[in-house]
Ligand binder design. Structure first.
Ligand code: NGQ
Ligand code: ZN
Length: 455
């Protein structure tokens, strides 16, 4: 039956009672009616919230989680981590990439993400040649998406240089090499996969890996309704390189040279001056904040308070996947600000006082925009992506509407997501993903050769 009756459901206007939710065979919501009567035979739930959109992922990095936490000879940094990551990326086969992605996606679903943007840059084989099917690696991600049931936005990546000023790629970047034509070929090859569950955009990797002229060309050639994502200003080193090359800071440089608007997601955007905060907030683009990865890599803290005061849009990504939980990302996001500014309840205003609710709703809106898909709210016409919380868990005992989200986001470490509907399919029930065992078996087989190769 394509219906659910929720005693409490989080709708765009806030919590409502007795909500009847219906969806069609294609997985789109057809009706969301509050103050309804429960029809006989329709399953019931206590607390229902929209599934979260994950706006930034490199799926293969899931298999590297926990393996880069030993100190090297010198001071470790983002850049030394990157060398380890490149080494890991060097030999991954299409089969392994698919198995790792399926594992990741099933975990993301179990923790409450119902869609994900894959920023996908291993496009070539280990020798640096195109596969016989140029979209082979992206198609593997799509296949993993189907096995898991998660909604996807595939972002084939433009990656031509190793640094500002069109520096030649390094040998260890050979699997990533692409130009505007290759990216557009892959976008075209993926076109038949577009559906309610899958969209295709594109992503210049960074101002280091793509020149301004290339970015302009790609943005002009891609259909106007498709999302564009870019990594930017994640490290102070990048800011310095940008200044040395162009005289501009990275975000300033991008905003001055490319018409940045709602179709753009600027991933990280950690290091901003006041003018950049104002310009980015005013652009309508989404800041793609990835708190656990940014913490893991020692990036720094996004200036969230200032950005929110100017109406800036943002969402969350799990990026390198040291965490697969939106609760953990949102908690870190708020806690980082509390620690830096010695205050509490940062993501709030006099008219919006429920911090966890604000975190969830804002991340949903930004994540949906960055995904370029009709997701992010319990509302007719959007995807049927929802989470049923475990109302039998002690953390939800006696919960009022006003404290459900606070308990979900800020209390304890148990996963309160019990059932997950993604694109109109129940893909998680009782905390278990429908294909969890098969997916985990393939994952174990896939990563063993990679772990042996690692030195
Ligand atoms: C990536 N990851 O492409 O996976 C990047 C590192 C780079 C993050 N920025 C590589 N977290 O930016 O050059
Ligand atoms: Zn990234």
């Amino acid at each position: 039956m394509n219906a659910l009756f929720a005693r409490h459901a989080l709708l765009p206007e806030g919590w409502r009672g007795d909500v009847l939710v219906e969806w069609d065979a294609r997985g789109a919501l057809t009706r969301v009616q509050a103050d309804a009567r429960a029809p006989i035979g329709v399953p019931r739930a206590d607390y229902v919230v929209p599934g979260m959109a994950n706006l930034h992922s490199h799926a293969f990095q899931r298999a590297l989680g926990g393996l880069t936490e030993h100190a090297g000879d010198g001071p470790d940094s983002f850049w030394t981590w990157r060398e380890l990551m490149y080494r890991f990326a060097a030999s991954i086969t299409p089969e392994q990439a698919e198995a790792i992605a399926a594992q990741l996606f099933s975990e993301c679903l179990r923790h409450g993400y119902t869609s994900l943007c894959e920023f996908h840059y291993i496009g070539r084989d280990p020798a640096g040649e195109l596969y016989a099917r140029p979209a082979e690696m992206a198609e593997r991600i799509a296949a993993a998406g189907q096995q898991s049931g998660i909604g996807l936005t595939l972002l084939p990546v433009l990656y031509s240089h190793s640094g500002f000023g069109e520096q030649a790629l390094k040998p260890e970047q050979r699997r990533f090499r692409s130009d505007v034509d290759t990216v557009l070929r892959i976008v075209e090859a993926l076109a038949p996969l577009r559906s309610g569950q899958l969209e295709v955009g594109a992503a210049p990797h960074s101002l280091r890996a793509a020149g301004i002229a290339q970015i302009r060309e790609l943005a002009a050639a891609l259909p106007k309704d498709r999302p564009l994502h870019i990594h930017i200003a994640e490290q102070q080193g990048e800011v310095e390189q940008s200044l040395a090359f162009s005289g501009w800071r990275p975000v300033e440089y991008l905003l001055e040279n490319i018409g940045i608007d709602e179709r753009w997601c600027l991933v990280h955007a950690t290091h901003l001056n006041e003018d950049e905060v104002r310009a980015l907030a005013g652009s309508g683009a989404v800041a793609g904040i990835c708190p656990t990865t940014e913490a893991n890599l020692g990036d720094g803290l996004f200036p969230l308070g200032e950005y929110l005061a100017l109406g800036g849009r943002w969402g969350i990504g799990s990026d390198s996947h040291v965490s697969q939980s939106p609760v953990e990302e949102l908690r870190w996001l708020e806690y980082g600000q509390r620690l830096a500014h010695l205050r509490r309840n940062v993501v709030s205003s006099s008219t919006r006082r429920d911090v966890a609710l604000n975190l969830w709703q804002d991340a949903l809106a930004g994540g949906a925009q960055a995904a370029g898909r009709a997701v992010g709210a319990l509302e007719a016409g959007r995807r049927a992506d929802l989470l049923v919380l475990d109302s039998a868990h002690p953390n939800l005992e006696g919960a009022l509407d006003a404290d459900v989200m606070g308990r979900l986001v800020f209390c304890g470490n148990d996963n309160l997501v019990r059932d997950v509907l993604a694109g109109g399919r129940w893909v998680v029930q009782g905390g278990r993903h429908m294909a969890q065992d098969t997916i985990a078996r393939r994952y174990r087989q896939a990563i063993n050769p990679l772990l042996e190769a690692r030195t």
